[in-house]
Design a protein around this ligand. Structure first.
Ligand code: AVI
Length: 326
């Protein structure tokens, strides 16, 4: 079973208080917004698995192509020298793609420790069990918790060089400012010579992009609408999801692929004791899945203090794994 989760969703533990505060703040804003980092409850995880299996959702097969078919090239780009190093994966999930790299490195008798970071202890124990079985020679230190807290923990455990994996174009689910802040923070938490491998979904034929997020089966719509159910279940809300319509856009100028939920009528929603009014045709801004130009990527790297150390694309040239070095 593919248990890969959205690493961006796992940046922190999101206690109920944060969830409630963010939801109310977002729904009281103009325009209204909800954060896609809350998409991933149990049902959201399942729907994301379904999205990754959709023929039009090209991101997963593209990055898999890189990890499966260009493994040697990838390994060469990230190995930081001859000394032992730590390979740290942010939001490892089931490490579906990185397992190809791990296998390769183990076969080549590379001296490294794999450190998957995830907020879910359950996911980590499943991953640990799977990898111990498939790759008995792999050294694993699983770290459960917030990305940056766990990066600091990793730094306290060893002074080996670090290579960070942040795959899946999860960086695309951040606004430009958030992505800059995240990359800068990453840079600050690393030492000279450390490397970062980040997956970016590239700008391409706009229709191909829109199709990946606008499936006729309605899986992406259900993925968005599920957040309303989650608010109902966890925050005592009374959204009627049928009274909302999923609307997806892609702007080829900015590379922003956005999803919205449109209110189909004037309606009143209660979240606990708080009343939210929605007008007919009013939208809730739900998610950004940013698509990047090569210039966007190099500017982001430079702004956050990294130097470019390599890049590798899938055979269609739709997706790039970029290596930055501190
Ligand atoms: C997790 N993340 C990179 C996905 C994306 O492509 O933005 C989430 C997603 N949203 C709709 N479909 C997939």
């Amino acid at each position: 079973m593919n248990l890969q989760l959205n690493p961006h969703a796992k940046v922190s533990g999101h206690p109920v208080d944060d969830f409630l505060t963010d939801v109310l703040e977002g729904l009281k804003s103009n325009p209204k917004r909800l954060s896609s980092k809350y998409f991933y409850d149990e049902k959201g995880d399942r729907l994301f698995q379904e999205i990754m299996a959709m023929p039009d959702y090209y991101l997963t097969p593209c990055e898999l192509d890189i990890f499966k078919n260009k493994t040697a090239e990838l390994a060469q780009m990230i190995i930081p020298g001859n000394d032992p190093f730590d390979l740290i994966e942010l939001g490892a999930g089931d490490a579906m793609k990185s397992t190809f790299l791990l296998k390769y490195l183990v076969e080549k008798e590379t001296d490294f420790t794999y450190m998957p970071i995830d907020i879910s202890g359950h996911i980590l124990s499943v991953l640990h069990e799977k990898l111990s079985r498939e790759l008995p020679d792999l050294k694993i230190t699983a770290l459960e918790g917030d990305y940056f807290e766990m990066l600091q923990k990793a730094a306290s455990l060893s002074d080996r060089k670090k290579v960070i994996l942040f795959l899946g174009s999860n960086i695309g689910n951040m606004s430009r400012e958030e992505a800059e802040e995240f990359s800068l923070h990453l840079n600050k938490n690393l030492a000279k010579g450390d490397k970062v491998l980040i997956g970016f979904d590239l700008m391409k034929n706009p229709q191909v992009i829109l199709n990946a997020y606008n499936d006729k089966e309605g899986i992406t719509a259900a993925f968005n609408l599920n957040l309303l159910n989650r608010i109902n279940n966890e925050l005592d809300g009374n959204f009627i999801p049928e009274q909302f319509q999923h609307y997806q856009t892609y702007d080829p100028v900015s590379g922003a692929c956005r999803s919205f939920l449109i209110s189909l009528k004037d309606q009143e929603v209660m979240i606990g004791n708080e009343k939210i009014l929605l007008k007919e045709n009013e939208f809730i801004d739900m998610e950004i899945s940013q698509k990047f130009s090569p210039e966007d990527i190099s500017q982001l790297g430079e702004k956050s203090g990294f130097t470019m150390a390599g890049e590798i694309m899938d055979s269609k040239k739709w997706f790039v794994d970029t290596v930055w070095q501190v």
